[in-house]
Design a protein around this ligand. Sequence first.
Ligand code: ADP
Ligand code: TYD
Length: 210
Amino acid sequence: MQQAGKFITFEGIDGAGKSTHIAYVAENLKKRGIHVVTTREPGGTPLGESIRQLLLQEKMHIETEALLMFAVRREHIAQVIEPALKRGDWVISDRFTDASFAYQGGGRKLSLAKLNVLEQWVHPHLQPDITLLFDVPLEVARTRLDATRDLDKFEKEQEDFFANTRAEYLRRAAEFPNRFRVIDSTQSIPEIQREINGLISALCDGNTNA
Ligand code: ADP
Ligand code: TYD
């Protein structure tokens, strides 16, 4: 695909704090005169948002779950992500394929080989330019979640599910160091914002190795 804009993804276990920082990054980019599309997975399209309800509430076979995640993603790429990048807009997505590797692969133990097949099928030529991984110990994430909301199907999972999800995120960050930036999300919100500012400035200046 001919890509003019940049593609930024936010990742982390539930309660790590990624949603807190998305609006901040979008504002930061808009102040620089960049057109920004913020979106999320599972979801991002009317069809995807309908399937999201099922994914977050209904019990299902782990392969059904993985297939639905990638079906939603296929629609999201076709309807939202690729058109935006072609226009030259920047896209910020609250989760993308790394979440499937972390949750379905790490958490649910679906084979990574099967997930690789789905990734190759659904987006063989598209990868985020940068992935911000918000990393926190499980107890911190759990305390933040308990303080704020009713828990969905994933958020009700046990500790070892999140330990494996987090471990798979960190394994991918080590595997793809050019794309991932791991953010210590135990820091205060202003400290994290300062760190993100530096990363975004580097991306705007074309220096993605910051
Ligand atoms: P996620 O999107 O990763 O599930 P959220 O951004 O919704 O997480 O954050 C979960 C809760 O934790 C929110 O109430 C948020 O205000 C709080 N929170 C986020 N980041 C921090 C932080 N660095 N320090 C303290 N609380 C935080
Ligand atoms: P999220 O939007 O982060 O939830 P919330 O709105 O509560 O912050 O993500 C929804 C859930 O979907 C989250 O628990 C992770 C899960 N998920 C997967 O299991 N696989 C995937 O591929 C994606 C994109 C999300």
